[in-house]
Design a protein around this ligand. Structure first.
Ligand code: GDP
Ligand code: IMO
Ligand code: MG
Length: 433
């Protein structure tokens, strides 16, 4: 049997690029799918034969039988959410037995971290998903975090919780004036899952590294997007993990050289949920047209929070930045069909900043807020591209749009998605060049 490649699939914008669709598609060539960062803040939608499933913490590879799915050490896990997801999958007939494993090193979201987030968002709004992500990672960095392994192995787990509880109680109550959950409530939030969790906790480090070597194909499932990366995104309007290639190395404990291909996922336009600068954001009416009303499952409303997504044109400066920090080899372009019927399509290729034209992403949001996008305006198409499966069948202007992006970022587009379903995809063989 020929060796299958190990791949990373990463979002290149501010999340919701359609990663799940691409991961589900490429999951066919992988034996193992690994989440390495983030947690229930992610909303990953897969459509299989028009049936929609949204996953938050479980890798989308779970939708293909025989794949092993890993929740890696770099994740921040919310147990009630995770077990709801497990129940939802089991109810829809998916067998999870011996296929889903969790790293003992992953951190736990608790009612304390969720409460801290509520407090912080009231004074310093980022527009988070309120899933406890930021404070769970900050507890990790402060070394007061609680881990999956502690819950299942440490007989004194309650003492660890009490330590975290006593540190935060006075601040939450006295400074923020919020009600603190009782210690028992905090302990129960995770403790009731202890026995079920024991069966899922495995030394994922070895499982993943063995799989990387044995040639059966490992796929790393990125969550969020590169512009939400804590180091390389639009700080402070970011999430609290490394969503980029480096996050795989630390979050799954692997040798980066074993990853054969990094695929960056990019939509034909840009969306963002939450606050923060967004240079190519559209005026409200134009945004409403592209967002949709929410009637269709693919309309641009948050898969986790239901919030309407902010909409903008594709931003080549963002794209080039994300390609660099991830070492992207090739692109997957999603939502081609969403542009059908637009008279013209804009693509930002550089910014006008401080009297200069640049295509480098500035490091601060102060500079980014001042950046004025410079656009190339391309002609649109009136034809319907939904469901097209070959490049040559795309309208000429749609083909030119694909070629324009490839030329702008100097990377091949190997997949074009023309609808949310698995089958609605064009695979581009680059020998055509
Ligand atoms: P993710 O977080 O990157 O996995 O993306 P989301 O699941 O949050 O949002 C992407 C949405 O776009 C989902 O509703 C997908 O079903 C949908 N989608 C993905 N690719 C396409 C496409 O090519 N066309 C259309 N119309 N919808 C798509
Ligand atoms: P997927 O994997 C889009 C955004 C939030 C907020 C910021 C910080 O579906 O692409 P957090 O709760 O992480 O502390 O919020 O990050 N955000 C996402 N936006 N898609 C996501 O995940 C996101 N996960 C977090 O809206 O702006
Ligand atoms: Mg999403």
């Amino acid at each position: 049997m020929s060796r299958k490649p190990n791949r990373a699939v990463l979002g290149l914008l501010w999340g919701d690029e359609g990663k799940a669709k691409i991961i589900d598609l490429l999951g066919k060539y992988a034996n193992m799918i690994v989440r390495f960062q983030g947690g229930a803040n992610a909303g990953h939608t897969v459509m299989i034969k028009n049936t929609k499933t949204v996953l938050h913490q479980i890798p989308v590879g779970i939708m293909r039988e025989n794949t092993t799915c890993i929740l890696g050490a770099g994740m921040a896990i919310d147990l009630p959410g995770l077990f709801d997801e497990i129940k939802m999958l089991e109810n829809s007939g998916i067998d999870l037995f011996d296929r889903l494993f969790i790293s003992p090193r992953a951190h736990l979201v608790t009612p304390i971290t969720r409460k801290i987030e509520e407090a912080l968002e009231s004074k310093n709004r980022i527009g988070t998903t309120l899933k406890g992500i930021g404070p769970t990672y900050s507890e990790k960095a402060l070394r007061t975090g609680l881990r999956v392994g502690d819950l299942v192995r440490n007989r004194h787990f309650k003492d660890l919780v009490k330590k975290q509880y006593d540190i935060h109680k006075p601040v939450i109550q006295k400074v923020y004036g919020l009600e603190m959950p009782s210690l028992d409530e905090v302990v129960d939030y995770v403790m009731i899952y202890r026995d079920q969790l024991k069966e899922l906790v495995k030394p994922c480090l070895f499982l993943v590294n063995d799989a990387l070597k044995d040639g059966t194909g490992v796929l790393f499932e990125g969550a969020q997007g590169s512009m939400l990366d804590i180091d390389w995104g639009t700080y402070p309007y970011v999430t609290s993990s490394n969503t980029t290639l480096g996050g795989i190395i630390t979050g799954a404990g692997v040798d980066a050289r074993k990853i054969d291909q990094v695929i960056g996922v990019v939509k034909t336009f840009t969306t963002r949920v939450g606050d923060g600068p967004f240079p190519t954001e559209m005026p409200p009416q134009q945004a409403t047209d592209l967002r949709g009303s929410g009637e269709n499952p693919w309309d641009e409303f948050g898969a986790t929070t239901g919030r309407p997504r902010r909409i903008g044109w594709l931003d080549g400066v963002v794209l080039k930045h994300s390609i660099t920090i991830n070492g992207v080899d090739a692109l997957a372009l999603t939502k081609m069909d969403s542009l059908d019927g637009l008279p013209e399509i804009k693509v930002c290729h550089s910014y006008w900043m401080d009297g200069f034209i640049t295509d480098s992403m500035p490091a601060t949001i102060t500079e980014l807020a001042e950046a004025r996008p410079i656009y190339e305006t391309l002609p649109g198409w009136t034809e319907n591209t939904r469901g097209i499966t070959s490049f040559s069948e795309l309208p000429e202007n749609a083909r030119n749009f694909v070629l324009y992006i490839e030329k702008m970022v100097r990377k091949p587009i190997i997949l074009v998605s023309t609808g949310p379903n698995r089958s609605e995809t064009i695979v581009i063989k680059h020998s055509r060049k």
